[in-house]
Ligand binder design. Structure first.
Ligand SMILES: CCC/C=C/C=C/C(=O)SCCNC(=O)CCNC(=O)[C@H](O)C(C)(C)COP(=O)(O)OP(=O)(O)OC[C@H]1O[C@@H](n2cnc3c(N)ncnc32)[C@H](O)[C@@H]1OP(=O)(O)O
Length: 293
């Protein structure tokens, strides 16, 4: 017989249980969507529900023809304080402490837990639309996992980052360790940060290449991110989305494989009206209008 607590846990992993409320999605300007983590009292911490919500939102936006770029920000005093150490960790503890399951079965449930959490962020990476993170204040643990799955990272001067996982007894498993070396490209500093879990500032993050710009405060950061998103959204969506797909591919493959991949990609994607529209706009200095994709 399985315990009631454990049955609750299995329901948690099932896709039928969804609470879509803790992330706010709005259209900030034509073709620009603003995704706001909206659990300010809990410092935008992640639980299984929030990871599922994230996956759904970004998979939907990826296929939404009225969305061309996305900004993600956090409401309240922190951008994201990581996993919810009560609810999120509690969910993990239910499996860990269960005396009804053998080690193999615990492992299978933990695998599903981790896979769901990973996919909540990988959805940002596989989203066709470029995503700009506008970070302020605390960006801790799962917050870093999240931003490393984004395309561009901007931050307010007050941002404080920490790859915190070793301090809570685990190796970061929802994206940071897989992606940060590719983002930062400095082995020694990423190991230092991941192994010590120490806080680092926006200035440091800029010097490492984790973020590309710093702004005076949260409001200015979000405004700048929305402006950057609008600039990108005004360009050919075929060109922009093809660029994201091929940058991701190039990051994970050899130059030869990437050249072959973009050749195959552009065998279809160069057959686009956007090419002539963009060229005409460049020559006439007028703004091109592109059809939805
Ligand atoms: C398979 C998935 C595996 C994923 C793993 C992910 C791992 C991680 O994310 S590791 C990182 C975990 N996070 C932390 O260790 C951060 C803990 N929080 C803090 O250090 C501080 O709260 C913080 C620096 C964010 C803010 O400090 P401040 O003094 O400004 O505020 P507090 O009074 O401490 O907190 C305000 C309320 O927020 C609640 N809260 C903050 N962080 C968390 C959290 N991670 N989980 C749950 N709740 C959190 C805090 O309890 C306060 O609530 P209340 O007392 O009700 O006002």
């Amino acid at each position: 017989m399985q315990s009631t607590r454990f049955l609750q846990f299995t329901r948690l992993l099932s896709t039928s249980r969804q609470r879509l409320a803790d992330i706010e999605v709005s259209e900030a300007s034509p073709y620009v969507y603003h995704v706001k983590l909206n659990k300010p009292k809990k410092r935008n911490t992640f639980t299984m529900d929030l990871w599922k919500e994230s996956r759904k939102i970004f998979d939907d936006l990826s296929l939404n023809p009225k969305c061309r770029t996305i900004v993600i920000s956090g409401e309240g005093k922190s951008f994201c304080a990581g996993i919810d150490l009560q609810e999120g960790f509690g969910q993990l503890m239910e499996v860990y402490e269960s005396d009804k399951l053998d080690a193999a079965r615990k492992g299978r449930f933990l695998r599903e837990f981790i896979a769901t959490a990973q996919d909540g962020y990988t959805a940002l990476e596989r989203c066709y639309k470029p995503i700009i993170a506008a970070v302020h204040s605390h960006c801790i643990g799962a917050g870093i996992d999240l931003i490393t799955a984004c395309d561009v990272r901007l931050a307010a001067k007050d941002a404080v980052f920490s790859i915190k996982e070793v301090d809570v007894g685990l190796a970061a498993d929802v994206g940071t360790l897989a992606r940060i070396q590719k983002v930062v490209g400095n082995d020694s500093i990423t190991r230092e940060l991941a192994l010590t879990a120490r806080n680092f500032t926006a200035d440091e993050a800029l010097s490492y290449g984790l973020i590309s710009r710093i702004y005076p405060d949260q409001a200015t950061t979000v405004t700048a991110a929305l402006e950057m998103a609008a600039t990108i959204a005004a360009k050919s969506p075929i060109a922009v989305q093809g660029t994201k797909v091929n940058l991701n591919y190039g990051r994970d493959h050899t130059v030869k494989e990437s050249l072959d991949y973009i050749m195959a990609w552009n065998m279809s994607q160069l057959n686009t009206e956007d090419l002539i529209k963009s060229a005409m706009a460049a020559m006439t200095k007028e703004k091109a209008e592109f059809n939805d994709v």
